[in-house]
Design a protein around this ligand. Structure first.
Ligand SMILES: *[C@@H]1O[C@H](CO)[C@@H](O)[C@H](O)[C@H]1NC(C)=O
Ligand SMILES: *[C@@H]1O[C@H](CO)[C@@H](O)[C@H](O)[C@H]1NC(C)=O
Ligand SMILES: *[C@@H]1O[C@H](CO)[C@@H](O)[C@H](O)[C@H]1NC(C)=O
Ligand SMILES: *[C@@H]1O[C@H](CO)[C@@H](O)[C@H](O)[C@H]1NC(C)=O
Ligand SMILES: [Zn+2]
Length: 425
C-alpha cells in the first residue's frame, strides 16, 4: 500500500514532467512568435470579393464574418495578421477605358471598409503602421494591382498617392504601353524589346520620389530586371514564389532573386497552389520548400509573405484562409528556421523596405513633380480626347432612337464569373 508521502512524491514527479521536458510544441512557439511579430501580409483581394458578391454595398457586409471570402476581421485576428496590403484591382479589360474610375471606386471601398470597422485602420506611412500596431489595430495599406490603373498619366499616379495608395504593381496580366506583363493573356501592347519604356522609367522615378513601393509581381522578368536597375528605392514582389520550385512565369527565377537582393528588396511568397506546386493541390510542406529555397539563394532577410487570399481559387491543405498563417510558421520552425529569421519574414523585412522607400522620398525633396508625358503614338487609344483636335460627341435624345442596353440578371452574374476567372491567373 502506498503511503500518502509516496503518493505525493509521485504526484510532484508526474506534474513536473512537463517542466523538465519543457520543449514547447512548435505550434505554441509559432503562436508566441506571431504575438510578438504579427504578420504584415503583402497581398489580399478581399475588396475584389466584396465587389463580386456585394457590388461594393458595405452595409450588406459583416466585416467580422464573410462567408464568401477567405478573409474577414475575425480570421485576420486568429491568423495574427496585423497589417494587410489590400489590392485595389480592376480587370485588364478596363485598360484604356474606365480603369481610372474603377480604381477610384476600389480605393473608396477600401477606405470605407477600413473606416467602418473599429479594428481596422487605414495607414499611409511607416509611423502610422507602427502606431496602429501599438493600438492593436489591423492596419490597411492600399496597393494598386496593375499599372493600367493610372492610364499612362503621372498626374493620376500622384493623385492616387494623395488618396493613400502606397504601392503599385507595374502590370497585372496585361502589358501597359510602358511595361510588360509576365503572362500574355491579353494581346495588347505586345513588344519584343523595351520592356520598360522611357515613360515606364519615369513612372518608377516618380514612385521613388513620392514614396510609393514599386511592386514587380505580375511583371515580366525583363521588366522586373529593368526596374531593379532603374529604381533608387528597394522594390518588392508582393505575391510571387520561387520559379526553381514551380516553373510558373509568375514566379521569380534565382538570377532575378539575386538582383532583388542586391537592391535590398523583398519577395513575399504567394500561397496560391498553382504557384506553389504547379498543380491544383499543394500542402504546407510544398510551401515551406519555396521558403527554404529562396533562403538558400538570397537569405531570410529578403523574404516575406503575400498570401494572395481571395485573389486565387485554390490554396494548400491547411492554409485555406487568413486564419491559418500560424501553421506555416509552425512548419518553418520545424525546419529549424530561427526566431530571428521568422520575425523578419513576418514583419521586420517589410518594415525595413517601407522605411527605405520613405527615406528615398525624404531625400528627393529637391526633385519637382515629373512633367513627363507619354507620347500619344505609344498609347493609340481612341477613347482619349485629342486635345488638339477635340470632337464633341453628338448625344441623341431617347425619342430619336438612342438605345440603352439593360443587362439582364444572368448577364450580370456571368460577368461576375468572368471577373473571377481573370482574377490572378
Ligand atoms: C445596400 O444594402 C442595404 C442593406 O441590405 C440595402 O438596404 C440597400 O438597398 C442596398 N443598396 C443597393 C444599391 O443595393
Ligand atoms: C530588339 O533588340 C535586338 C538587340 O538589342 C535588336 O536586334 C532587335 O532589332 C530589337 N527588336 C525590336 C522589335 O525592336
Ligand atoms: C505534400 O505534397 C507532396 C507532393 O506535392 C508530397 O510529396 C508530400 O509527401 C506531402 N507532404 C505532406 C506532409 O503531406
Ligand atoms: C534542426 O536542428 C537540430 C539541432 O541542430 C538537428 O538535430 C535537426 O536535424 C535539424 N532539423 C532539420 C529539419 O534540419
Ligand atoms: Zn495578383
Amino acid at each position: 500500500m502506498l503511503s500518502s508521502w509516496s503518493v505525493m512524491c509521485l504526484w510532484i514527479l508526474l506534474t513536473s514532467i512537463p517542466l523538465f521536458t519543457s520543449a514547447k510544441s512548435e505550434k505554441e512557439r509559432a503562436l508566441e512568435l506571431m504575438k510578438d511579430s504579427p504578420l504584415i501580409d503583402g497581398h489580399n483581394d478581399l475588396p475584389l470579393k466584396i465587389t463580386i458578391h456585394y457590388r461594393n454595398n458595405l452595409s450588406r457586409v459583416d466585416l467580422y464574418n464573410i462567408n464568401e471570402a477567405a478573409t474577414d476581421i475575425s480570421r485576420l485576428k486568429t491568423g495574427h495578421v496585423q497589417t494587410q496590403m489590400f489590392a485595389v484591382y480592376v480587370l485588364c479589360g478596363a485598360q484604356g477605358k474606365d480603369a481610372v474610375r474603377l480604381t477610384l471606386e476600389q480605393i473608396d471601398l477600401v477606405k470605407r471598409m477600413c473606416n467602418k470597422a473599429q479594428d481596422l485602420e487605414l495607414v499611409k506611412s511607416y509611423d502610422d503602421l507602427i502606431s496602429s500596431s501599438m493600438k492593436h489595430k489591423i492596419a490597411c495599406l492600399i496597393s494598386i494591382e496593375g499599372g493600367h490603373s493610372i492610364d499612362s498619366s503621372l498626374a493620376v499616379l500622384r493623385m492616387f498617392y494623395d488618396l493613400g495608395v502606397r504601392s503599385m504593381s507595374l502590370t497585372h496580366n496585361c502589358n501597359t504601353p510602358w511595361a510588360e506583363a509576365a503572362t500574355d493573356l491579353y494581346n495588347v501592347f505586345q513588344r519584343e524589346n523595351n520592356s520598360l519604356t522611357q515613360f515606364g522609367k519615369a513612372v518608377v522615378e516618380e514612385m521613388n520620389r513620392l514614396g510609393m513601393i514599386v511592386d514587380l509581381s505580375h511583371s515580366s522578368w525583363e521588366t522586373a530586371s529593368a526596374t531593379l536597375k532603374h529604381s533608387r528605392a528597394p522594390v518588392i514582389f508582393s505575391h510571387s514564389s520561387s520559379h526553381s520550385i514551380c516553373n510558373h512565369k509568375r514566379n521569380v527565377p534565382d538570377w532575378l532573386l539575386r538582383e532583388l537582393k542586391k537592391k535590398n528588396g523583398l519577395i513575399m511568397v504567394n500561397l496560391y497552389s498553382k504557384f506553389i506546386s504547379c498543380g491544383k493541390e499543394a500542402n504546407i510542406s510544398d510551401v515551406a520548400d519555396h521558403f527554404d529555397h529562396i533562403r538558400k539563394i538570397i537569405g531570410a532577410k529578403s523574404i516575406g509573405i503575400g498570401g494572395d487570399f481571395d485573389g486565387a481559387d485554390s490554396f494548400p491543405q491547411g492554409l485555406k484562409d487568413v486564419s491559418k498563417y500560424p501553421a506555416l510558421i509552425e512548419e518553418l520552425l520545424k525546419r529549424n528556421w530561427s526566431k530571428e529569421d521568422l520575425s523578419g519574414v513576418l514583419r521586420e523585412n517589410f518594415l525595413r523596405v517601407f522605411k527605405e522607400v520613405e527615406n528615398v522620398r525624404d531625400s528627393s525633396t529637391k526633385q519637382t513633380p515629373s512633367e513627363e508625358q507619354i507620347p500619344p503614338k505609344e498609347i493609340h487609344n481612341s477613347c482619349r480626347l485629342d486635345l488638339e483636335n477635340p470632337i464633341i460627341p453628338v448625344v441623341r435624345s431617347s425619342t430619336s432612337g438612342a438605345r440603352f442596353i439593360v443587362p439582364s440578371l444572368p448577364l450580370i452574374s456571368s460577368l461576375l464569373v468572368l471577373y473571377s476567372l481573370f482574377m490572378n491567373k
